[in-house]
Design a protein around this ligand. Sequence first.
Ligand code: SF4
Length: 460
Amino acid sequence: MCGIIGIYQKNLKLKTASKLAVLGLFAEQHRGQESCGIVYYDGTQLQLIKKMGLVKEVFHEDKLRDMRSHVAIGHVRYPTKGSSDIQNAQPHVLNNLSGAQYALASNGDLVNYKELRSDLKKKNVLFESGNDGELILKYIVYKHEKDGLSIIDSIKSVMKSFKGSFSTVLLVKDEFYAFRDPHGNRPFIFGEIDDETYVFASESCCIDIMKASFVKEVAPAEILHISNDGLTSYKLNPNEYRTQDKTAHCVFELIYFSRPDSVVYEHSVYSFRESLGKQLAKEETIIPDIVVPVPDSSNFIALGYAREMNVEFSLALIRNHYVGRTFIAPEQTIRDENVVQKFNPLPGYLEGKVVTLIDDSIVRGTTLQKIVKIVRSHGAKEVHVRIGSPMVKYPCFYGIDTPTYEELIANQKKVEDIAKYLKADSLRYLEVEELKNLVKDKKNFCFACFDGNYPICLKE
Ligand code: SF4
């Protein structure tokens, strides 16, 4: 999971694309906190700024004033492929000796990355990173410059050859392209500001803060090209490019990744999360004194649960927002330290209470185990854990950092053994079928981490 942004201003006099791109990245910060960057066109050439760290640390108001441009792309990174360093930060830029310039930022993961990369290496293409975005960029440039294909045909070739997930923005000098993988695995929003500025983003919350209106989602296997001549959409038939006759939207975007104020795959994220909680409450036998979310991603699940149960909803655990998201911190040791620094209960509030603790999911279980311990140590009489999604039994190969079966506690243990590991009085998950029945069109979603049915293809 990462976040991308793309801005193209039809009104060339505006030249605020870099500023809007940074604003958009700021709204997408939850999608990746390791590094961030933008590329903008300064009237002559593409300029790159990327660094390790948060958007607010990398971009300052005074710098933005000098970055005047009508076109820009940007990226926030959550590492999946490639190590945690600046080489793997996006966007990637390619400056050719001929003077041609290209830049690309992508969100997703490629299943056949190794095979494609080694094919290109055999053709003497050099790589600086271990990152999917660089591979997509270098593949397109190779097809365009060496095989003589147009940029559109080069992107069509990406659609054909690349298996996995890619919501992508590309600049060829100041010409702009946006394209999405044939399965539509990650969200990709297209909006417009005052009929003057086109905006592309991973989530609708980004276009909201720019006061842009929602136009549509970039369709699976769609390519949008914007230049001085206007906007052209190339809608390819996705079935010619994918392994199964269906899209594969990541359902985890609705459960955890996306911001609650976003609309993703035509679902309001916050109300979807409320519906998870309501569904979970329907089979409930334990009536607690209070329902407490693990903040913030579980807040709306807990709210739905508490409302359905008619029990007090309590924000009894306070989250320190200045510690990174635990699920997406790259190393386990960093995750462990973060948990203790991150959550602190209201003093005296939990004393003697039967608590139902709500979390959105259990991946490794280490974070939740520590949270249960914190809640107990502050006097809770009983701690019951309820999870607003099914058991995560299978790894994701399309952009999420759960690389091995062994790391997933639900792949290794039964529910009752997980409850013992967590030291919870009881534990219950949502069932897979219950989750499937809550999305609008279940055949067009990916549920692979819950049911093991991989809709794109398996790891190479
Ligand atoms: S395997 Fe899970 S996390 Fe990965 S794309 Fe599918 S639903 Fe999303």
